[in-house]
Design a protein. Structure first.
Length: 154
């Protein structure tokens, strides 16, 4: 299966999880491409509203994983704008990945719901989601659990 991992990551946390997911999916025999959603200029919270520098295509994939951090209980502007400009995702298998600092009910769950709604509005078939709480002990275990959960979807 051809799988695209399309990731927005400001701090590198979401990217780190996506790299582990890429490795897991590749080990399972999938053809995986890791692509970054980026803004122009120096990446910072202050520049998140800058024009998008990269617009990874979803064409040619059998499935896509969209990954993003949680920003104040919302989808960060670059990922939201990227999703808005996407063409139809009719019938495409889509999974979601979020990274966050607080409890899931303090923003991550809302972001997953918003991502799901945005993708389904374009015709995607959501097959699952995983999140990684970045704070606290056991980060490696949390990353491994999220990666395994997503990897099993494909």
């Amino acid at each position: 299966m051809r799988i695209g991992l399309i990731i927005y990551s400001l701090s590198g946390h979401t990217w780190k999880v996506a790299e582990a997911l890429r490795d897991c999916l590749a080990a399972a025999g999938h053809e995986v491409t890791l692509a970054r959603v980026e803004v122009t200029g120096i990446a910072s919270r202050a520049t998140e509203d800058a024009p998008l520098k990269t617009l990874p295509s979803v064409e040619g994939y059998d499935a896509v994983v969209f990954g993003t951090p949680v920003r104040g209980g919302t989808i960060p502007s670059p990922m939201r704008r990227y999703l808005e400009q996407l063409p139809a995702l009719q019938g495409m298998k889509v999974a979601l990945l979020t990274t966050h600092f607080f409890r899931p009910d303090w923003g991550s769950q809302q972001v997953v719901t918003a991502l799901q709604d945005a993708c389904e509005a374009k015709g995607a078939a959501i097959c699952g989601a995983a999140d990684v709480k970045w704070s606290g002990f056991g980060r490696g275990r949390k990353i491994k659990a999220a990666v395994e959960k997503l990897c099993q979807l494909f």
